[in-house]
Design a protein around this ligand. Structure first.
Ligand code: SAH
Length: 372
């Protein structure tokens, strides 16, 4: 193993500014300079994508050498990369404890989204979700969450391109949006996700606006208001049903926090800011949740709450018990929602040929184990 990847050294990629400050304070002989050093490091790491202290030319050589001895700036290592025929790119990352996670880059003309993971596996066991069949191994650290983003920046050569983001005519090859819709439930890994979001939003670094980051939750009710207030980014809720008996079956966390508690918290506790909406994800499952009655109930349920409903045609996986609703059914469902003046786009499945579409992620380590 090279000294650059020596896990004995602390990885500073994904540590907050405050943590970086206390670490640097031990090395900088002039206390007044600590803030300046943190700013310099931050800029090298998050604006220039530098992965070695040696290259930080505005930092005293002596200090660089000392830092290099005890710290490292490691991104995640790409174990496998697959590119779909629609341009969607799926990364399989191998973590230092050999756990595997997946991250998906979804390019579009008007915006390009990076879908990142917050946990290895998931505990929620939603019955239509492939990731849910992989038991949780553990939460990701903020280093591992940020490590996904930085590894993709490196791989796609984004450091230069992102600098010119505002002059771009096409957004096909930069990251404009980040969604926590990969593996795991972000609100069950709240502190590390919050730390990672603060790094993503830092305006002297990666500089994603809070409106370009979305936390998707299956409905961890007490954490929704907290996330909205403390982190400030956009919230998406995986709704998928309009009655408790169906939602209990599809999203079992509903047995803990039911529809009334979930929608009640969104309507009464979350104080939406100017023109902000809650996004609802609704997977279209043939004969399960896709009738006109479901659509009418959905409209009634969301009445008074500024919302948007993303309809996701079910993405199938081997062993799943569900079928995708047919096109006409999805359109009829959408028309009812649109009539009530809620935006309701039908999501175009992306990266299906490489199993990178919503809910298809499951790291190969688990797949391999499962097939033994
Ligand atoms: N745990 C969080 C984050 C995962 S986001 C959450 O539940 O929101 C993944 C999104 O894809 C969720 O909206 C999920 O419900 C949806 N999804 C899962 N499996 C799917 C499948 N097979 N087809 C379509 N969408 C799916």
């Amino acid at each position: 193993m090279s000294s650059k990847t020596n896990p004995q050294r602390l990885n500073v990629l994904g540590l907050g500014r405050d943590q970086l400050f206390s670490l640097i304070a031990d090395f900088e002989t002039q206390p007044k300079k600590v803030s300046m050093r943190v700013n310099q490091l931050w800029s090298w790491i998050y604006c220039h994508g530098i992965s070695s202290f040696d290259n930080m030319t505005n930092i005293d050589k002596n200090l660089r050498e000392k830092l290099e001895k005890v710290f490292r700036i490691s991104r995640l290592s790409i174990e496998k990369k697959e590119v779909s025929n629609d341009g969607t790119t799926k990364y399989l990352f191998c973590l230092e404890d050999q756990s595997k996670i997946e991250t998906v880059f979804i390019p579009e003309e008007t915006r390009s989204t990076l879908c990142i993971s917050s946990q290895v596996g998931c505990t929620l066991s939603c019955s239509f979700c492939h990731t849910g069949t992989q038991k949780l191994v553990r939460n990701l650290s903020s280093q591992e969450i940020i490590g996904q983003v930085i590894a993709v920046y490196d791989d796609l050569g984004l450091w230069e391109k992102m600098k010119n983001e505002r002059c771009q005519s096409s957004y096909f090859d930069i990251i404009t949006n980040i969604v926590f819709m990969g593996m795991g439930e972000p609100l069950l890994n709240y502190e590390e996700v919050k730390k990672a979001c603060n790094i993503l939003m830092d305006n002297k670094g990666l500089d994603f606006s809070r409106r370009r980051i979305t936390l998707s939750t299956a409905g961890i009710v007490p954490k929704i208001k907290m996330a909205h207030e403390e982190i400030g980014c956009m919230i998406a809720v995986s709704l998928h049903a309009t009655e408790d008996k169906t939602r209990d079956m599809l999203v079992p966390i509903n047995k803990k926090w039911n529809l009334e508690q979930l929608i009640g918290a969104l309507k009464n506790d979350v104080k939406l800011r100017n023109s902000e909406r809650v996004t609802f994800e609704y997977v279209m499952l043939d004969g399960v949740n896709d009738t006109n009655d479901d659509a009418h109930r959905l409209v009634k349920l969301l009445k008074g709450l500024p919302s948007k409903v993303n309809l996701i045609p079910f993405n199938s996986w081997t062993g799943s018990q569900y079928k995708r609703s047919n096109k006409d059914r999805i359109k009829a469902f959408r028309d009812i929602i649109i009539k009530s003046r809620l935006p309701s786009p039908i999501r175009k499945p992306r990266g299906e040929d490489i199993m990178a579409a919503c809910g298809q992620l499951k790291s190969s380590s688990a797949k391999e184990k499962a097939s033994i």
